[in-house]
Design a protein around this ligand. Structure first.
Ligand SMILES: [Zn+2]
Length: 75
């Protein structure tokens, strides 16, 4: 009954993932779509648009998440 017993993995995530978690479901979907759409949303533009809506998220953080260099993709 204890097969596969393992301690829970600590999940470290960057600010992009944290923010997506904090947003309402609908906002999170819009946010995730924007993060995923690199052509439509260059990091700088996305940062600016978010800021206009009261969300502060650095373009560098967005870029790192997109290129999978952030904490979300590290073990
Ligand atoms: Zn991330």
């Amino acid at each position: 009954m204890l097969e596969g017993l393992e301690p829970p993995k600590p999940k470290f995530t960057c600010k992009v993932a944290l923010l997506a978690n904090d947003l309402d479901k609908k906002d999170a979907e819009i946010f995730q779509a924007a993060i995923a759409d690199v052509r439509k949303w260059p990091a700088k533009s996305l940062q600016k648009a978010l800021k206009e809506r009261g969300v502060s998220l650095a373009d560098t953080v967005i870029s790192r998440h997109r290129t999978k260099l952030c904490r979300c993709y590290k073990d």
